[in-house]
Design a protein around this ligand. Structure first.
Ligand SMILES: Cc1ncc(COP(=O)(O)O)c(C=O)c1O
Length: 363
């Protein structure tokens, strides 16, 4: 089976992890934890970074750090990974689902602004599939209304925003995931970033039991343990060292898919390629109907090629539908009409050719 994703551990991962084990630095303290945060800050140009256990913890920590009031409304796109909605509900806030724009599968800024009211406390945008949403416009909207803006960049390491900066710079707090299917990984891990020192100092305190003073059992807040280990950070650091190669290869893979399927009835999702913003986390093939997607997925599976469906809109899921009575036309329309293809950097050219041939073979 060609998997839809697998990590490529092709740099210093083994050496760095061995160093952790040999030197006994296996908890969250240690040089790799520090180096990961400082190097990630340099790479993204976001001033302050703290590492956490995973991308979902990063979201929960962002909501806690900003002091999002319980019972307030947080605007989120319905078309996106469920961790965002779950974090909002677990925080005790109310998710308000916003539609997407079909041109780029990202949050619809008009629908977003329409849904702001006196009880809105924050917006969480998601850069879906490695393509950026209009984060600077969303940031302006958030500032105009005096609400917070969190940027979920879990799927968008290496993605540029419309100003040409690394995503994560146009918000109060941005979050990243280092799960095994992400462009760089720690197995499990996450990062919380901000250009505000105060916010990252506060997040750092909350992620570590809100300890007032090291070694003293006195705590200044209701903290979490969201720490990331030095071992996981060592893996992520080695991955970050190779990020440019990974991104280049991902771009090459997208180009091959695009060329290869251009005479088929399917289309590769790739808006505004001339702007060079996409980090091509996932290659998404768009179909004309849900039925066509289902047939294509089955056909690929029968030929040992793993794929994934597009996100089901969160407002249609049983635990979440009580938060929404509105139809979100674009999210509902696109959800069934596409699949994600194998997209990991170590995918071989021969495998890509097999995938393309199999797609083109479908009657
Ligand atoms: C947009 C988005 N946000 C958050 C997460 C959660 O990250 P993690 O799996 O590291 O908790 C993911 C996926 O993993 C994601 O795709």
């Amino acid at each position: 089976m060609i998997p839809v994703y697998e990590p490529s551990l092709d740099g210093n991962e083994f050496n760095y992890v061995t160093e952790c084990l040999k030197t006994n630095w296996i908890s969250s303290k240690g040089k790799f934890s520090n180096l990961l945060c400082s190097n990630f800050s340099k790479y993204t140009n976001i001033n302050y970074v703290t590492n956490v256990s995973n991308g979902t913890c990063a979201l929960s920590l962002a909501l806690a750090t900003l002091g999002i009031p319980k019972g307030s409304e947080v605007l989120i796109p319905s078309f996106g990974y469920v961790a965002v909605a779950a974090s909002v509900v677990r925080h005790g806030a109310i998710p308000v689902f916003v539609d997407i724009d079909l041109l780029d599968l990202q949050i619809d800024v008009f629908d977003l602004e329409r849904k702001i009211n006196n009880n809105t406390s924050a917006i969480i945008g998601i850069h879906n599939y490695g393509y950026p949403y209009r984060s600077s416009i969303v940031n302006k909207i958030a500032k105009n209304y005096g609400i917070f803006h969190i940027e979920d960049c879990a799927e968008a390491i290496g993605t540029k925003d419309y100003n040409g900066n690394h995503v994560g710079n146009e918000s109060d707090i941005s979050t990243f995931s280092l799960y095994a299917n992400k462009t760089i990984t720690a197995g499990e891990g996450g990062l919380l970033c901000s250009n505000s020192k105060e916010l990252v100092v506060s997040a750092n305190n909350l992620k570590n039991h809100a300890i007032s003073e090291p070694g003293v059992y006195d705590h200044n807040d209701f903290g979490f343990n969201f720490r990331m280990t030095n071992i996981a950070s060592a893996i992520a650091l080695a991955q970050l060292e190779n990020i440019e190669n990974k991104l280049l290869r991902k771009k090459e893979i997208a180009k091959k898919y695009k060329e290869g399927i251009k005479s088929s009835r399917f289309k590769l999702f790739d808006p505004n390629p001339e702007l060079n913003l996409n980090s091509y986390w996932m290659n998404t093939l768009l179909t004309k109907s849900p039925n066509e997607s289902e047939i294509l997925m089955k056909h690929l599976k029968n030929n040992n090629i793993e794929t994934r469906p597009l996100f089901k809109p969160v407002h249609l899921m049983e635990p979440y539908n009580k938060f929404s009575s509105e139809k979100l036309t674009a999210s509902e329309k696109i959800s069934g009409c596409g699949i994600n293809l194998p997209s990991f950097p170590s995918l071989k050219n021969e495998q890509i050719e097999i995938i393309i041939k199999t797609i083109n073979n479908l009657d």
